[in-house]
Write a protein that binds this ligand. Structure first.
Ligand code: 3LM
Length: 400
């Protein structure tokens, strides 16, 4: 490591997000890291290739497992999350798949919080259960419930905080302590908060994963996923889960775009959080709004925990309107600036209806039991001028 790279490792969050691991003098002075658009790598000799395959010689072999543009992204994300090693893959679901196919065997048990992104919930309850894995659901907002579902077979405890779509906040340190007591690994989906707001590894989690499609990329123009944690664990996920089982690497172009997104992550999250706080306050004062969830509101049930655990409260809000699903749909259709679309964390403000969209994988009974109301709406507050976002929400609420 040259001196510039060494210095990077000790610098602040935004500095590392912009510089860490890259020295322009290594690449003809190019300010921006190059995109290595290659699927395979030439071996210096036949023997060198064989040695690389045996892991006896460092170097790049084939793009399904490693690529230099990805490596830079992995190094930066690992630093921002406070972990040893990162792994970049094709999507958030690829991160979840590669991780769990590596960690689990038939007969193992996984504890999941009952509120997860719809396809993550389906991955566990409809996917892994086909292969002899038992899934136990828990309400992890109440850590006292955890010992009741942990058994000698529990391999992993998995949750999102804040959770998709209703933003429930889970105490990472408390859940990690309880899981450690039975030697279970804790895996946290940090997509909603990003490392700019919380770093689960520092609170006791073993692995953090992301849909990089959201805030990390930040511009709604790519799909990607990231896993970060101890080198031993992440190397296993790369060598087995990614290479052998999912075969879903991130493209070098998308690695480049996520590196570009990371440069403004801290700035963007500040602005998303500021705007969302203002929209949440507007909604809190409106007589037609019910079940409003935003961790930054003093009325939010876990506001004190959110304040302890998060630096700010992020860009997502969920709520229902008087009149339920029909009123919610009408509100969505009246919005003029805020775009009707799934996904989140983009520069554009987005609104969607979880029961019929992102969480349609839950049965109506599961949604009812897990606090995902049929009329619930989820907004991802973007980076447009805050007064324009507020005006759009206000007109859609008040127009008959
Ligand atoms: C969504 N979410 O609109 P990808 N973890 C979390 C997520 O929110 C998501 C993933 C993992 C949404 C996507 S729904 C058709 C669109 C907390 C995705 C999965 O595989 O990169 O989409 O990540 O809530």
């Amino acid at each position: 490591m040259n001196s510039r790279k060494r210095r990077n490792a000790e610098q602040g969050f935004a500095t590392r997000a912009i510089h860490l691991g890259y020295d322009p003098s290594d690449e003809h002075g190019a300010l921006t890291p190059p995109i290595f658009m290659t699927s395979t790598y030439a071996f210096e000799s036949a023997e060198a290739g064989s040695e690389m395959f045996r892991g006896e010689r460092p170097g790049y072999v084939y793009g399904r497992t490693r690529n230099p543009t990805q490596s830079l992204l992995e190094e930066r994300l690992a630093s921002l999350e406070g972990g040893e090693r990162g792994l970049a893959v094709a999507s958030g679901m690829a991160a979840i798949g590669s991780t769990f196919f590596t960690l689990l065997n038939a007969g193992d048990e996984v504890v999941i919080d009952h509120t997860l992104y719809g396809n993550s919930f389906a991955f566990f309850t409809k996917g892994l259960t086909r292969f002899g894995v038992t899934i136990r659901l828990a309400d992890l907002t109440d850590p006292a419930s955890l010992p009741r579902v942990l058994t000698g077979r529990t391999k992993v405890v998995y949750f999102e905080t804040p959770a998709n779509p209703n933003l429930r906040v889970i105490d990472i340190a408390q859940v990690s302590m309880a899981a450690q007591a039975v030697s279970a690994l804790v895996v946290v989906d940090n997509t909603f908060a990003t490392p700019a707001l919380q770093q689960p590894l520092k609170l006791g989690a073993d692995l953090v994963l992301h849909s990089a499609t959201k805030y990390l990329g930040g511009h709604g123009d790519l799909l990607g996923g990231i896993v970060v944690g101890r080198a031993e664990l992440v190397d296993r996920i790369r060598g087995h889960g990614l290479r052998v089982l999912t075969g879903a690497p991130l493209s070098p172009l998308n690695a480049f775009l996520i590196l570009r997104g990371l440069k403004t992550l801290e700035l963007r999250i500040e602005r998303h959080s500021e705007a969302a706080q203002q929209v949440a306050e507007l909604l809190a004062d409106h007589p037609r709004v019910r079940n409003l969830s935003y961790p930054g509101l003093p009325s939010f049930p876990q506001h004190a925990l959110a304040r302890r655990q998060m630096r700010r409260f992020g860009g997502l809000i969920s709520f229902e309107l008087d009149g339920g699903i029909a009123a919610g749909m009408a509100f969505m259709n009246r919005l003029e600036l805020i775009t009707r679309a799934v996904s989140l964390g983009d520069t554009e403000s987005l609104v969607q209806h979880p029961a019929s969209m992102t969480h349609a994988t839950y049965s109506p009974e599961e949604r009812a039991a897990h606090g995902i109301g049929d009329g619930l709406l989820r907004m991802s507050i973007g980076l447009e001028s805050i007064e324009d976002i507020l005006a759009d929400v206000a007109q859609a609420l008040d127009r008959p």
